[in-house]
Design a protein around this ligand. Structure first.
Ligand code: NFE
Ligand code: MG
Length: 520
C-alpha cells in the first residue's frame, strides 16, 4: 500500500516549502512540491515609478537580491533604451559575482553537507592535526552541553554518508571556515555596492557608486583569497564526497529530473551584452550535442495547479497577471508553472554547465560515469564557482583599464522613464535562469512579472499534467525507510530551493491546515 510522507517545512532552504510524496515498494511514485507563501511583489509594482522595481524586487530575498536588482535593471534598460557603459557593466558583474561566491559554498556546506556526512563521527577523530582537534573539542563540548544546533536536528545517516572521522572532521572544519569566507564575499560585494545584503548601486543604465583604486585593490586581494578557498577546499570536498561514498548515488542519477535544461545566460563581457560569460542555451530531451538557441518568446506560465486566477494561464510574462485565487479545487501551491515550448525545464548550475560543457566537468562526468541528478548538481555548482571566481579576476583587470580611460559607470541620459515601452531582463541568478518583464505606460509600471529560478524548478504540474522538475526528480527516488526519508531532502536541496524568491508574504488561510514535521 502506498505510504504518504509529508515534509513541512523543508529545512535548510530559503523560504517555505512543503513536500508530499507517495512511496510504494520503497520508491516514490507521486510527488507534490508546494510553495506555501504568496509573493505579491508583482501587483505591488503596478502604477509605480518603474525605477522602484530595482529596489522593491531586491526584497524578494536576502540571498540573491543583487540578481533581482540586476534583472530588473536589465528589463528597464530595454524599456528605457539605456546603454550601460563598460565601467557599469564590469562593476555589476563584480557586485553580483561576489554574491555568487557567497551563495554557492553556503549551499554546499551549510544547507547540504549534513545530508552527506555523519557529523557525530567527529567524536572519533584520533589524528594529531591541531585545527581538527580543536574542531573535535568544540563539537564534543557542544554535544555535552546539549547545544548542537545547527548541526542537528537532522536525518539519520545512511550507508551513503561519509563517516570516516578524519574526512568528517575536516568537512566540519571547512563548514566553519566557509562561514568566514561568506562574510568576506559579502564584504567584497559591499565594497562596490555600498552595502550588503540588498545592494544599492545597480540602477537602470549602470551603477551609482564610483570605486577608487584602493577599493579595487582590496577587492582583488579578497578575490584571490576566495579563489584559493573555492578551488582548494570547496571543489575538493565536493570531489571527495561525489567520487567517494556518494558515487553510487551519482552513478544511479538519483534525483534526475527532466533531461530538459535552460540557461538565459549572464555576466556580459561586452557592452552590447552579446558576449556572455555564462552562455544562454536550451537542451531538450537530453541532447547535449545540440545546444539550441534561447528564444524568450517561448516562455509561458501555466496556473492550472497554482492558486492564481486562470486569466494568467499559458501567457508570456509580458501579458500575464498575478491575482490569487484560493478557491481553485485542483490547485496546491503558490508557485506558477513556467514552461519553455510548453516543456518543464531544469534551471541552475547543472543546466548552465551542461550548456557550456567546461572540460573539467565533462571529464569528471565521463571518468566516473556520473548521471544528471542530485550529486551532479553539487559538482556543477562547485565547478561553476571556480570558473566564475577566476573570470572575476579578468574583470578586475578590465575595471582598472577603464579607470585609465576615465571610468564611466552610468548612462544618465536614459534615467527618466519613457512614456511607454517594454523590456525583458533575462539573466542568471545562482539558482538558475531569472527573468523580469516590464511594461511601461504613462511613465509608470503597467505590468511587472518575475519568473525566478525556483519558480522553474519547484513548479507544480502544468496544464498538460506534467510534473514540475523537482517533482519529477523525486519520482523513483528510493526511500528504504519511510521514517528516515533522507534521500528526499538530498534531492530537494540539490536544487538549492528558494521559495522566498518564487513567492512572498504568508497566507494565513493555507498555513492553518498544515501539519508540521521538522526534518530531523
Ligand atoms: Ni532567493 Fe533566487 C536565486 C533568484 S530564486 S535565491 O538564485 O532569482 O531561485
Ligand atoms: Mg511571477
Amino acid at each position: 500500500m502506498a505510504k504518504k510522507i509529508i515534509i513541512d517545512p523543508v529545512t535548510r532552504i530559503e523560504g517555505h516549502l512543503r513536500i508530499e510524496v507517495e512511496v510504494e515498494n520503497g520508491v516514490v511514485v507521486d510527488a507534490k512540491a508546494i510553495g506555501t507563501m504568496y509573493r505579491g511583489l508583482e501587483p505591488l509594482l503596478k502604477g509605480r515609478d518603474p525605477r522602484d522595481a530595482t529596489y522593491v524586487t531586491e526584497r524578494a530575498c536576502g540571498v540573491c537580491a543583487g540578481s533581482h536588482g540586476w534583472a530588473s535593471s536589465l528589463a528597464l534598460y530595454e524599456a528605457f533604451g539605456a546603454k550601460v557603459p563598460a565601467g557599469g557593466r564590469i562593476l555589476r558583474n563584480l557586485i553580483v559575482g561576489a554574491m555568487w561566491l557567497h551563495d554557492h559554498p553556503l549551499h554546499f556546506y551549510h544547507l547540504s553537507a549534513l545530508d552527506y556526512i555523519d557529523v557525530m563521527a567527529v567524536a572519533k577523530y584520533q589524528g594529531k592535526d591541531p585545527g581538527l582537534k580543536a574542531v573535535k573539542d568544540k563539537i564534543t563540548k557542544l554535544v555535552a552541553a546539549g547545544d548542537t544546533a545547527p548541526l542537528t536536528p537532522r536525518y539519520k545517516p545512511d550507508e551513503f554518508c561519509v563517516n570516516d572521522p578524519e574526512l568528517v572532521t575536516t568537512a566540519v572544519a571547512h563548514y566553519l571556515k566557509a562561514l568566514e569566507m561568506q562574510a568576506k564575499a559579502k564584504k567584497m560585494s559591499a565594497l562596490f555596492a555600498g552595502k550588503q545584503p540588498h545592494q544599492s548601486s545597480i540602477v537602470v543604465g549602470g551603477v551609482t557608486m564610483l570605486p577608487n583604486i584602493e577599493a579595487i585593490e582590496q577587492f582583488r586581494s579578497m578575490l584571490l583569497e576566495q579563489i584559493d578557498f573555492i578551488e582548494n577546499v570547496y571543489l575538493q570536498d565536493v570531489l571527495i564526497f561525489g567520487t567517494g561514498p556518494l558515487l553510487p548515488l551519482a552513478q544511479a542519477g538519483i534525483g534526475a529530473g527532466y533531461p530538459n535544461f535552460l540557461s538565459f545566460g549572464g555576466f556580459a563581457k561586452d557592452d552590447a551584452g552579446k558576449d556572455l560569460f555564462l552562455k544562454a542555451g536550451v537542451i531538450l530531451d537530453g541532447n547535449l550535442n545540440k545546444i539550441l538557441p534561447l528564444d524568450a518568446k517561448k516562455v509561458t506560465e501555466d496556473v492550472q495547479y497554482a492558486w492564481y486566477k486562470q486569466s494568467a494561464n499559458g501567457k508570456n510574462p509580458y501579458d500575464e497577471d498575478t491575482v490569487p485565487d484560493l478557491e481553485k479545487k485542483e490547485a496546491y501551491t503558490f508557485v506558477k508553472a513556467p514552461r519553455y515550448e510548453g516543456k518543464p525545464m531544469e534551471v541552475g548550475p547543472l543546466a548552465r554547465m551542461l550548456v557550456m560543457q567546461p572540460k573539467i566537468l565533462m571529464d569528471l562526468i565521463a571518468k566516473y560515469s556520473i548521471k544528471p541528478g542530485a550529486v551532479a548538481r553539487h559538482a556543477a555548482r562547485a565547478v561553476e564557482t571556480v570558473l566564475l571566481a577566476k573570470e572575476m579576476l579578468n574583470w578586475v583587470d578590465d575595471l582598472e583599464k577603464e579607470i585609465g580611460k576615465g571610468l564611466r559607470i552610468h548612462d544618465t541620459e536614459h534615467w527618466e522613464a519613457p512614456e511607454s515601452g517594454q523590456g525583458a531582463g533575462l539573466t542568471e541568478a545562482p539558482r538558475g535562469a531569472l527573468g523580469h518583464w516590464i511594461k511601461v505606460k504613462n511613465h509608470k509600471t503597467e505590468n511587472y512579472q518575475m519568473v525566478v529560478p525556483s519558480t522553474w524548478n519547484f513548479s507544480p504540474k502544468d496544464d498538460k499534467g506534467a510534473f514540475g522538475p523537482a517533482e519529477k526528480a523525486l519520482i523513483g527516488v528510493p526511500v528504504p525507510d519511510v521514517d528516515n526519508p533522507i534521500n528526499l531532502v538530498r534531492v530537494i536541496r540539490s536544487f538549492d530551493p528558494c521559495l522566498a524568491c518564487a513567492i512572498h508574504l504568508i497566507d494565513p488561510q493555507t498555513n492553518e491546515i498544515h501539519k508540521y514535521r521538522i526534518g530531523f
